[in-house]
Design a protein around this ligand. Sequence first.
Ligand code: SF4
Length: 352
Amino acid sequence: MGQGRRKFDISLKNKNYQRLRRSTGPMDTIVKLQPSARTPAPQFVALRARALALYALPFNDLLFQAHTVHRDNFGANRVQRSTLLSVKTGGCPEDCGYCPQAARYHTGVENQALLALEEVVAAARIAKDNGASRFCMGAAWRGPKARDLAPVLDMVREVKALGLETCCTLGMLKDGQAEQLRDAGLDYYNHNLDTSPDFYASIVSTRDYEDRLDTLERVRGAGLKVCCGGIVGLGETREARAELLAQLASLDPQPESVPINDLVQVEGTPLAGTEKLPWVEFVRTIAVARILMPASMVRLSAGRSAMSDAVQALCFFAGANSIFYGDKLLTTGNPDVARDDALFAALGLESA
Ligand code: SF4
Protein backbone atom coordinates (compact mmCIF):
# COMPACT_ATOMS: atom_id res chain seq x y z
CA MET A 1 0.00 0.00 0.00
CA GLY A 2 1.43 3.36 -1.01
CA GLN A 3 1.99 6.17 1.39
CA GLY A 4 -0.66 8.32 -0.30
CA ARG A 5 -3.24 5.64 0.23
CA ARG A 6 -2.44 5.32 3.90
CA LYS A 7 -3.13 8.99 4.27
CA PHE A 8 -6.50 8.53 2.68
CA ASP A 9 -7.28 5.55 4.81
CA ILE A 10 -6.75 7.62 7.89
CA SER A 11 -8.38 10.74 6.61
CA LEU A 12 -11.58 9.51 5.06
CA LYS A 13 -12.18 5.83 5.30
CA ASN A 14 -14.71 5.02 7.85
CA LYS A 15 -17.36 2.76 6.43
CA ASN A 16 -19.89 3.77 9.06
CA TYR A 17 -19.24 7.35 8.13
CA GLN A 18 -19.77 6.55 4.44
CA ARG A 19 -23.02 4.78 5.23
CA LEU A 20 -24.19 7.74 7.23
CA ARG A 21 -23.41 9.98 4.29
CA ARG A 22 -25.47 7.80 2.00
CA SER A 23 -28.45 7.74 4.29
CA THR A 24 -28.67 11.48 4.73
CA GLY A 25 -30.75 12.18 1.63
CA PRO A 26 -30.63 15.16 -0.69
CA MET A 27 -27.49 17.25 -0.57
CA ASP A 28 -29.11 20.26 1.08
CA THR A 29 -30.17 18.11 4.02
CA ILE A 30 -26.80 16.53 4.63
CA VAL A 31 -25.46 17.13 8.08
CA LYS A 32 -21.81 18.05 7.73
CA LEU A 33 -19.57 16.03 9.96
CA GLN A 34 -16.60 17.84 11.32
CA PRO A 35 -13.22 16.58 10.15
CA SER A 36 -12.36 15.68 13.71
CA ALA A 37 -15.04 12.97 13.51
CA ARG A 38 -12.81 11.16 11.02
CA THR A 39 -9.48 11.35 12.80
CA PRO A 40 -7.91 12.99 9.77
CA ALA A 41 -4.25 12.61 8.97
CA PRO A 42 -2.24 15.62 10.12
CA GLN A 43 -0.98 16.31 6.62
CA PHE A 44 -4.50 16.40 5.18
CA VAL A 45 -5.67 18.69 7.98
CA ALA A 46 -2.73 21.01 7.38
CA LEU A 47 -3.31 21.08 3.63
CA ARG A 48 -7.00 21.71 4.11
CA ALA A 49 -6.27 24.59 6.48
CA ARG A 50 -3.71 25.98 4.06
CA ALA A 51 -6.13 25.74 1.15
CA LEU A 52 -8.85 27.55 3.09
CA ALA A 53 -6.41 30.29 4.11
CA LEU A 54 -5.36 30.71 0.48
CA TYR A 55 -8.98 30.90 -0.70
CA ALA A 56 -9.56 33.65 1.86
CA LEU A 57 -6.73 35.89 0.59
CA PRO A 58 -7.55 39.02 -1.35
CA PHE A 59 -7.77 38.03 -5.02
CA ASN A 60 -4.66 39.96 -6.09
CA ASP A 61 -2.57 38.52 -3.28
CA LEU A 62 -3.66 34.98 -4.12
CA LEU A 63 -2.99 35.42 -7.83
CA PHE A 64 0.41 36.99 -7.20
CA GLN A 65 1.41 34.10 -4.97
CA ALA A 66 0.10 31.50 -7.41
CA HIS A 67 1.80 33.15 -10.36
CA THR A 68 5.10 33.29 -8.47
CA VAL A 69 4.88 29.55 -7.74
CA HIS A 70 3.97 28.96 -11.36
CA ARG A 71 7.00 30.90 -12.66
CA ASP A 72 9.29 29.07 -10.26
CA ASN A 73 8.22 25.74 -11.74
CA PHE A 74 7.18 26.29 -15.35
CA GLY A 75 7.63 28.59 -18.29
CA ALA A 76 4.99 31.21 -17.60
CA ASN A 77 3.86 31.42 -21.23
CA ARG A 78 3.73 27.77 -22.15
CA VAL A 79 0.45 25.87 -22.18
CA GLN A 80 0.19 22.20 -23.05
CA ARG A 81 -2.66 21.10 -25.31
CA SER A 82 -4.41 17.77 -24.98
CA THR A 83 -7.17 16.47 -27.22
CA LEU A 84 -9.88 14.27 -25.78
CA LEU A 85 -11.81 11.77 -27.87
CA SER A 86 -14.76 9.78 -26.63
CA VAL A 87 -14.04 6.30 -27.96
CA LYS A 88 -17.21 4.84 -26.41
CA THR A 89 -20.09 7.11 -25.54
CA GLY A 90 -23.12 6.85 -23.28
CA GLY A 91 -24.92 3.93 -21.67
CA CYS A 92 -22.80 4.03 -18.54
CA PRO A 93 -24.22 2.12 -15.53
CA GLU A 94 -22.79 4.60 -13.01
CA ASP A 95 -24.85 7.47 -11.60
CA CYS A 96 -22.47 10.44 -11.49
CA GLY A 97 -24.86 13.33 -10.98
CA TYR A 98 -23.01 15.60 -13.39
CA CYS A 99 -22.68 13.21 -16.29
CA PRO A 100 -24.89 13.08 -19.40
CA GLN A 101 -23.47 9.66 -20.29
CA ALA A 102 -25.11 7.86 -17.37
CA ALA A 103 -27.71 5.52 -18.86
CA ARG A 104 -30.25 6.41 -16.19
CA TYR A 105 -30.45 10.09 -17.14
CA HIS A 106 -32.31 11.25 -20.23
CA THR A 107 -29.99 13.79 -21.72
CA GLY A 108 -30.19 13.17 -25.44
CA VAL A 109 -26.64 11.82 -25.60
CA GLU A 110 -26.55 9.20 -28.31
CA ASN A 111 -24.90 5.95 -27.34
CA GLN A 112 -21.90 5.12 -29.46
CA ALA A 113 -20.26 1.71 -29.35
CA LEU A 114 -16.50 1.50 -29.20
CA LEU A 115 -15.01 3.32 -32.20
CA ALA A 116 -13.05 1.40 -34.79
CA LEU A 117 -9.28 1.59 -34.52
CA GLU A 118 -8.99 3.50 -37.81
CA GLU A 119 -11.37 6.23 -36.61
CA VAL A 120 -9.35 6.76 -33.46
CA VAL A 121 -6.06 6.89 -35.32
CA ALA A 122 -7.49 9.36 -37.85
CA ALA A 123 -8.69 11.62 -35.02
CA ALA A 124 -5.29 11.40 -33.33
CA ARG A 125 -3.54 12.42 -36.57
CA ILE A 126 -5.79 15.48 -36.86
CA ALA A 127 -5.17 16.36 -33.21
CA LYS A 128 -1.43 16.15 -33.76
CA ASP A 129 -1.62 18.29 -36.90
CA ASN A 130 -3.58 20.86 -34.86
CA GLY A 131 -0.83 21.09 -32.26
CA ALA A 132 -1.93 18.64 -29.56
CA SER A 133 0.88 16.84 -27.77
CA ARG A 134 -1.30 14.43 -25.82
CA PHE A 135 -4.26 12.38 -26.99
CA CYS A 136 -6.76 11.20 -24.39
CA MET A 137 -9.21 8.39 -25.07
CA GLY A 138 -12.29 8.22 -22.88
CA ALA A 139 -14.85 5.43 -22.58
CA ALA A 140 -18.08 5.53 -20.59
CA TRP A 141 -17.63 2.36 -18.59
CA ARG A 142 -17.76 1.55 -14.90
CA GLY A 143 -14.53 -0.17 -15.77
CA PRO A 144 -13.30 -2.10 -18.80
CA LYS A 145 -14.00 -5.81 -19.11
CA ALA A 146 -11.20 -7.90 -20.58
CA ARG A 147 -12.92 -7.94 -23.95
CA ASP A 148 -13.26 -4.14 -23.84
CA LEU A 149 -9.65 -3.56 -22.98
CA ALA A 150 -8.10 -5.52 -25.86
CA PRO A 151 -9.20 -3.08 -28.62
CA VAL A 152 -8.27 -0.10 -26.44
CA LEU A 153 -4.76 -1.52 -26.12
CA ASP A 154 -4.53 -1.47 -29.93
CA MET A 155 -5.64 2.17 -29.92
CA VAL A 156 -2.98 3.06 -27.39
CA ARG A 157 -0.27 1.33 -29.45
CA GLU A 158 -1.27 3.09 -32.67
CA VAL A 159 -1.66 6.56 -31.12
CA LYS A 160 1.67 6.21 -29.36
CA ALA A 161 3.25 5.24 -32.69
CA LEU A 162 2.19 8.65 -34.05
CA GLY A 163 4.50 10.29 -31.52
CA LEU A 164 1.75 11.53 -29.23
CA GLU A 165 1.60 11.13 -25.48
CA THR A 166 -1.25 8.80 -24.64
CA CYS A 167 -3.88 8.99 -21.93
CA CYS A 168 -6.95 6.87 -21.19
CA THR A 169 -9.92 7.32 -18.95
CA LEU A 170 -11.84 4.06 -18.82
CA GLY A 171 -13.22 3.92 -15.30
CA MET A 172 -12.10 1.64 -12.53
CA LEU A 173 -9.27 -0.76 -13.30
CA LYS A 174 -8.90 -4.31 -12.03
CA ASP A 175 -5.63 -5.90 -11.03
CA GLY A 176 -3.33 -6.24 -14.02
CA GLN A 177 -5.17 -3.86 -16.35
CA ALA A 178 -2.93 -0.87 -15.61
CA GLU A 179 0.08 -3.03 -16.47
CA GLN A 180 -1.55 -4.05 -19.76
CA LEU A 181 -2.13 -0.41 -20.62
CA ARG A 182 1.43 0.49 -19.66
CA ASP A 183 2.84 -2.29 -21.81
CA ALA A 184 0.78 -1.05 -24.78
CA GLY A 185 2.42 2.38 -24.43
CA LEU A 186 0.07 4.33 -22.19
CA ASP A 187 1.65 7.36 -20.54
CA TYR A 188 -1.17 8.71 -18.36
CA TYR A 189 -4.32 7.33 -16.81
CA ASN A 190 -7.06 9.77 -15.86
CA HIS A 191 -9.18 9.01 -12.84
CA ASN A 192 -10.66 12.01 -11.05
CA LEU A 193 -11.53 12.25 -7.38
CA ASP A 194 -14.39 14.50 -8.51
CA THR A 195 -15.07 16.30 -5.22
CA SER A 196 -14.30 16.19 -1.53
CA PRO A 197 -14.68 12.92 0.39
CA ASP A 198 -17.46 14.48 2.44
CA PHE A 199 -19.47 15.51 -0.57
CA TYR A 200 -18.76 12.51 -2.77
CA ALA A 201 -21.77 10.41 -1.77
CA SER A 202 -24.04 13.33 -2.67
CA ILE A 203 -22.79 13.19 -6.24
CA VAL A 204 -22.22 9.47 -6.89
CA SER A 205 -23.77 6.47 -5.16
CA THR A 206 -22.62 3.58 -7.36
CA ARG A 207 -19.06 3.67 -6.01
CA ASP A 208 -17.18 5.40 -3.25
CA TYR A 209 -13.94 7.25 -2.72
CA GLU A 210 -12.22 4.03 -1.79
CA ASP A 211 -12.90 2.66 -5.28
CA ARG A 212 -11.28 5.71 -6.83
CA LEU A 213 -8.26 5.32 -4.60
CA ASP A 214 -7.96 1.62 -5.45
CA THR A 215 -7.68 2.45 -9.15
CA LEU A 216 -5.26 5.30 -8.53
CA GLU A 217 -3.12 2.92 -6.52
CA ARG A 218 -3.13 0.39 -9.37
CA VAL A 219 -2.20 3.11 -11.86
CA ARG A 220 0.72 4.30 -9.75
CA GLY A 221 1.75 0.75 -8.99
CA ALA A 222 2.09 0.07 -12.71
CA GLY A 223 4.34 3.07 -13.12
CA LEU A 224 1.86 5.12 -15.13
CA LYS A 225 1.58 8.86 -14.73
CA VAL A 226 -1.54 10.01 -12.92
CA CYS A 227 -4.04 12.53 -14.24
CA CYS A 228 -6.40 13.23 -11.36
CA GLY A 229 -8.51 16.27 -10.59
CA GLY A 230 -12.06 17.20 -9.91
CA ILE A 231 -15.14 19.21 -10.71
CA VAL A 232 -16.33 22.39 -9.08
CA GLY A 233 -19.71 24.03 -9.37
CA LEU A 234 -21.51 20.89 -8.16
CA GLY A 235 -23.19 22.83 -5.38
CA GLU A 236 -20.32 22.15 -3.02
CA THR A 237 -19.07 24.59 -0.39
CA ARG A 238 -15.71 26.34 -0.49
CA GLU A 239 -14.67 24.01 2.30
CA ALA A 240 -15.42 21.06 0.02
CA ARG A 241 -13.34 22.61 -2.75
CA ALA A 242 -10.49 23.07 -0.28
CA GLU A 243 -10.85 19.43 0.81
CA LEU A 244 -10.75 18.20 -2.77
CA LEU A 245 -7.54 20.12 -3.41
CA ALA A 246 -6.10 18.94 -0.10
CA GLN A 247 -6.86 15.32 -1.02
CA LEU A 248 -5.24 15.73 -4.43
CA ALA A 249 -2.22 17.38 -2.87
CA SER A 250 -2.04 14.55 -0.30
CA LEU A 251 -1.43 11.98 -3.02
CA ASP A 252 2.17 10.91 -2.85
CA PRO A 253 3.52 11.57 -5.37
CA GLN A 254 1.17 14.32 -6.42
CA PRO A 255 -0.60 13.78 -9.76
CA GLU A 256 1.36 14.87 -12.81
CA SER A 257 -1.84 16.33 -14.28
CA VAL A 258 -4.66 17.96 -12.34
CA PRO A 259 -7.72 18.72 -14.47
CA ILE A 260 -10.02 21.27 -12.88
CA ASN A 261 -13.49 21.13 -14.40
CA ASP A 262 -16.24 23.69 -14.04
CA LEU A 263 -19.54 21.82 -14.19
CA VAL A 264 -21.18 21.90 -17.59
CA GLN A 265 -24.82 21.58 -16.68
CA VAL A 266 -26.69 19.21 -18.95
CA GLU A 267 -30.47 19.07 -18.93
CA GLY A 268 -31.62 15.70 -17.64
CA THR A 269 -28.80 15.24 -15.15
CA PRO A 270 -29.55 15.72 -11.43
CA LEU A 271 -27.18 18.67 -11.23
CA ALA A 272 -28.83 20.68 -14.00
CA GLY A 273 -30.00 23.93 -12.44
CA THR A 274 -27.30 24.03 -9.76
CA GLU A 275 -26.21 27.53 -8.89
CA LYS A 276 -23.30 28.49 -11.10
CA LEU A 277 -19.94 28.92 -9.43
CA PRO A 278 -18.84 32.57 -9.67
CA TRP A 279 -15.91 32.98 -12.06
CA VAL A 280 -13.78 34.53 -9.34
CA GLU A 281 -14.15 31.39 -7.23
CA PHE A 282 -13.14 29.25 -10.19
CA VAL A 283 -9.99 31.32 -10.73
CA ARG A 284 -9.25 31.07 -7.02
CA THR A 285 -9.55 27.28 -7.28
CA ILE A 286 -6.98 27.21 -10.08
CA ALA A 287 -4.65 29.41 -8.01
CA VAL A 288 -4.96 27.26 -4.88
CA ALA A 289 -4.35 24.12 -6.95
CA ARG A 290 -1.21 25.68 -8.40
CA ILE A 291 0.16 26.60 -4.97
CA LEU A 292 -0.62 23.25 -3.34
CA MET A 293 0.68 21.23 -6.31
CA PRO A 294 3.50 23.37 -7.67
CA ALA A 295 4.98 20.79 -10.05
CA SER A 296 1.71 19.45 -11.48
CA MET A 297 0.22 20.47 -14.79
CA VAL A 298 -3.04 22.20 -13.85
CA ARG A 299 -5.51 21.72 -16.66
CA LEU A 300 -8.36 24.01 -17.52
CA SER A 301 -10.88 21.40 -18.55
CA ALA A 302 -14.66 21.20 -18.92
CA GLY A 303 -16.52 24.47 -18.74
CA ARG A 304 -14.04 26.47 -20.79
CA SER A 305 -16.62 27.09 -23.55
CA ALA A 306 -18.67 29.19 -21.19
CA MET A 307 -15.67 31.18 -19.94
CA SER A 308 -14.74 34.51 -21.42
CA ASP A 309 -11.27 34.96 -22.83
CA ALA A 310 -10.58 37.30 -19.91
CA VAL A 311 -11.39 34.62 -17.32
CA GLN A 312 -9.27 32.09 -19.17
CA ALA A 313 -6.40 34.60 -19.22
CA LEU A 314 -6.72 34.98 -15.45
CA CYS A 315 -6.67 31.20 -15.08
CA PHE A 316 -3.43 31.02 -17.08
CA PHE A 317 -1.96 33.76 -14.88
CA ALA A 318 -3.10 31.85 -11.79
CA GLY A 319 -1.20 28.77 -12.91
CA ALA A 320 -3.26 26.79 -15.38
CA ASN A 321 -0.83 25.46 -17.94
CA SER A 322 -2.77 22.84 -19.83
CA ILE A 323 -6.04 22.80 -21.74
CA PHE A 324 -8.26 20.41 -23.56
CA TYR A 325 -8.07 21.43 -27.14
CA GLY A 326 -10.36 20.53 -30.00
CA ASP A 327 -14.00 20.92 -30.82
CA LYS A 328 -15.48 18.62 -28.25
CA LEU A 329 -14.92 17.26 -24.79
CA LEU A 330 -16.44 13.86 -24.18
CA THR A 331 -19.96 14.98 -24.95
CA THR A 332 -20.09 18.68 -24.20
CA GLY A 333 -18.73 21.60 -26.18
CA ASN A 334 -15.20 22.99 -26.03
CA PRO A 335 -13.92 26.25 -27.54
CA ASP A 336 -13.10 25.57 -31.15
CA VAL A 337 -9.57 25.42 -32.39
CA ALA A 338 -9.70 28.83 -34.08
CA ARG A 339 -10.83 30.56 -30.89
CA ASP A 340 -8.05 28.89 -28.92
CA ASP A 341 -5.45 29.81 -31.51
CA ALA A 342 -6.61 33.44 -31.38
CA LEU A 343 -6.49 33.45 -27.58
CA PHE A 344 -2.99 31.97 -27.55
CA ALA A 345 -1.87 34.61 -30.06
CA ALA A 346 -3.46 37.47 -28.07
CA LEU A 347 -1.80 36.30 -24.85
CA GLY A 348 1.54 35.37 -26.43
CA LEU A 349 1.19 31.78 -25.23
CA GLU A 350 3.16 28.95 -26.76
CA SER A 351 2.19 25.29 -26.92
CA ALA A 352 4.23 23.23 -24.53
S1 SF4 B 1 -18.54 10.20 -15.33
FE1 SF4 B 1 -17.80 8.29 -16.23
S2 SF4 B 1 -18.37 6.73 -14.74
FE2 SF4 B 1 -19.64 8.54 -14.27
S3 SF4 B 1 -21.55 8.22 -15.45
FE3 SF4 B 1 -20.16 9.45 -16.72
S4 SF4 B 1 -19.11 7.96 -18.01
FE4 SF4 B 1 -20.01 6.84 -16.30
